[in-house]
Design a protein around this ligand. Structure first.
Ligand code: ME8
Length: 634
């Protein structure tokens, strides 16, 4: 019989920064789903990877003074390293700079084009580089900020190819109506439907103003165009399966239509509107679900590097234990909702549920078996004494499985703790408080506890793989699709076993182990400079004599600035987005003149131009009145 297939994906992450708590969250969710699917014996494919093209990544590379590919190689490798640490069981890690991917996206472009959905035009509109997305003017906040991330947008005007997104409006609406469960949680479908109902405009899908992207197919004879990063990125879900290569049978994972894309709510529109429209145009089937989780915040604020409130997932895992952290992420927040990260909440879950709940029950079982049965567990009489309890446990486990299928992980975990409470109650009532217990009944009670622990461990395995395997080893079995079938599907009882050893599973934690706020406090303390330190910097008034654009840089200008020395200084300044060459020539500016020279874009910068900055907005700082060049600022 053909096995059922499951395909699970995470978003592919931009390489403009390293993995943070939010990325870890999406990836742990997808990993849990993939592991659950394998446990059930499904043929499973789990994909993650990195999204490496586009303006945002190109700018990040430029700021680091690196070539884009070299920069991507480095950051992509850091994601791989974090996922290894997080025990992420992916089957493939795709990079959009992979050749097979690039060829696959070109093939997709060709399909869309042959289907009459691509035409050439001019893109004039507002663009948010941070979200890599175009916006209509009416959607902007205060006419200048991105409605999604609040950063300033840019007005772009360039030749571009367009995808006829508007053509798919009706088909999309019909699809949502016929598939009300397509988006998980269901409640999120409303925002998508109303966005489409407001009217879709055709989507600009190529760029000619920079070259860090996949070239559009050669037969288009238009080599200056690279593809829009979201067209490139979304197709990763099929190129990873060998879409480019007709002989690669991994494409059956796509054709079987059992795909779940795990994403954050910030990228729902791309997955629920653009992606199905691209697929319809390419003649490919659609995924089964778009599973959309919420945001992690810190003290109610969105995490961001500039605010200094980013939670480093590796630090947390190192301090608190990886699997405790995985448990916390899934238990703390209902799927789809937002959650605030705090160490107090994490400690409360570890101490209250893992140590006092699961860990304590394991210890009690071992202690009692040592005292009464010489570590022997034998379920021979468990049914005789505990038929009702076993039935109840079975019902609870069945509902935990339903919650898994609906991705309501916090409920899965809540549900799995109920049998543990039953086991605790039995120990108390039938062993500790019972003065007239028979040996047979004691053995049955211990066996019931062990059986409960075996079953709970199997269903907890996708969340805490190593911890549950330790419990299974203690109970004489190993967790696999076979033992899942035996103990969960067929509801068998544990086999006779002598308990083996186990280390303490969950040491209690009495105080926060990390200074997550250390970046914020460090800023306050360490950023204070003494007067002596400050006066070491020499700032002089200069006049810009010349300005030039730098090839391949859309941020930097090359300036020659007279600061009253014999020769003008060469300053490489990241101001091109705010000032043109004409704007800046002849202006009085302020220059830090005694900084060590630094190579930027292959040119030596011999000082720093002072600017005032708010978000992405930059203005020059200059003397209030005319004054001689070379004047010192103090
Ligand atoms: O959007 N809380 O990549 P990205 C929860 N390359 N999840 C968060 C989060 C937070 N605070 N911050 C980020 C991209 N995430 C595109 C995707 S897919 C074809 C292309 C998670 O690096 C969440 O899943 O910005 C979000 O969707 C993803 O990281 C965005 O990662």
């Amino acid at each position: 019989m053909k096995k059922e297939t499951r395909y699970v994906s995470t978003p592919i992450y931009y390489v403009n920064g390293e993995a943070h708590l939010g990325h870890a969250y999406s990836t742990v969710i997808a990993d849990t789903l993939a592991r659950y699917s394998r446990l059930k014996g499904h043929e499973t494919f789990f994909l993650t990877g990195t999204d490496e093209h586009g303006e945002k990544v190109a700018i990040s590379a430029e700021l680091k003074n690196k070539r884009p590919k070299e920069f991507c190689d480095e950051v992509s490798a850091t994601f791989k390293k974090v996922w290894k640490k997080f025990d992420i069981s992916y089957d493939k890690f795709i990079r959009t700079t992979d050749n097979e991917h690039k060829k696959g996206v070109q093939k997709a472009f060709e399909l869309l084009e042959k289907n009459g959905d691509i035409y050439k035009g001019e893109y004039v509109g507002y663009y948010c580089v941070s979200c890599e997305t175009q916006h209509m003017e009416k959607a902007l906040i205060d006419n200048e900020f991105c409605p999604d991330c609040s950063k300033p947008v840019e007005l772009k005007k360039e030749e571009s190819y367009f995808f006829r997104l508007s053509k798919y409006e009706d088909r999309l609406l019909k699809f949502y109506e016929e598939n009300p469960d397509w988006i998980i949680p269901k409640s999120r479908a409303k925002e998508v439907i109303s966005f489409v109902k407001e009217g879709l405009i055709d989507l600009s899908i190529s760029r000619s103003s920079f070259d860090w992207g996949v070239k559009i197919p050669e037969y288009m004879n238009d080599p200056k165009h690279v593809m829009y990063v979201w067209l490139d990125a979304l197709f990763n879900y099929v190129t990873a399966l060998g879409f480019n290569n007709d002989f690669d049978d991994n494409m059956h994972f796509w054709r079987d239509q059992n795909t779940i894309h795990v994403i954050g709510k910030d990228i729902l529109r791309f997955h629920a509107i653009y992606w199905p429209a691209f697929l319809m145009s390419a003649g490919l089937p659609l995924p089964k679900h778009i599973a959309t989780h919420g945001w992690w915040t810190r003290n109610g604020e969105k995490m961001s590097k500039s605010k200094g409130n980013v939670v480093d997932p590796v630090e947390v895992a190192d301090a608190y234990g990886l699997e405790n952290f995985r448990y916390f992420m899934l238990r703390e927040v209902p799927f789809g909702g937002d959650g605030d990260f705090s160490q107090d909440a994490l400690i409360a879950r570890i101490n209250g549920e893992l140590a006092s709940g699961l860990g304590n029950l394991v210890n009690r079982m071992i202690g009692l078996s040592r005292k009464y049965t010489d570590y022997l567990v034998d379920t021979i009489d468990a049914k005789k004494y505990y038929e009702n309890e076993l039935k109840e446990v079975n019902q609870l486990l069945l509902s935990a499985e339903e919650y898994y299928e609906n991705l309501t992980f916090h409920k899965v975990l809540e549900q799995l703790w109920k049998p543990l409470a039953i086991a605790d109650g039995i120990i108390q009532r039938d062993i500790i408080d019972n003065k007239e217990k028979s040996n047979e009944k004691i053995m049955a009670s211990i066996a019931l506890v062990a059986t409960i622990l075996s079953k709970v461990s199997i269903l907890l395995h996708p969340v805490m793989p190593k911890t549950t395997e330790k419990i299974a080893q203690l109970l004489g079995f190993s967790i696999s699709s076979e033992t899942y079938e035996k103990y969960i599907q067929n509801d068998e009882l544990l086999e006779r076993v002598k308990l083996s050893k186990i280390d303490t599973l969950f040491p209690k934690i009495d105080k926060p182990l990390l200074e997550v706020v250390k970046i914020e406090t460090a800023k306050k303390v360490e950023d204070i400079v003494t007067h002596k330190e400050f006066t070491k910097s020499i700032i002089k008034v200069g006049r810009v004599l010349e300005a030039k654009e730098i090839e391949k840089s859309n941020k930097m200008l090359q300036l020659k600035v007279d600061i009253g020395e014999e020769n003008p200084r060469q300053i490489i300044a990241g101001i091109k987005k705010s000032y043109s060459v004409e704007d800046i020539v002849n202006r009085l500016v302020l220059i830090v003149t005694n900084l060590e020279p630094k190579p930027i874009m292959g040119l030596e910068s011999q000082g720093m131009l002072l600017m005032a900055q708010h978000k992405n907005k930059m203005v020059l700082v200059a003397p209030e009145k005319d004054i001689e060049v070379g004047s010192v600022v103090s």
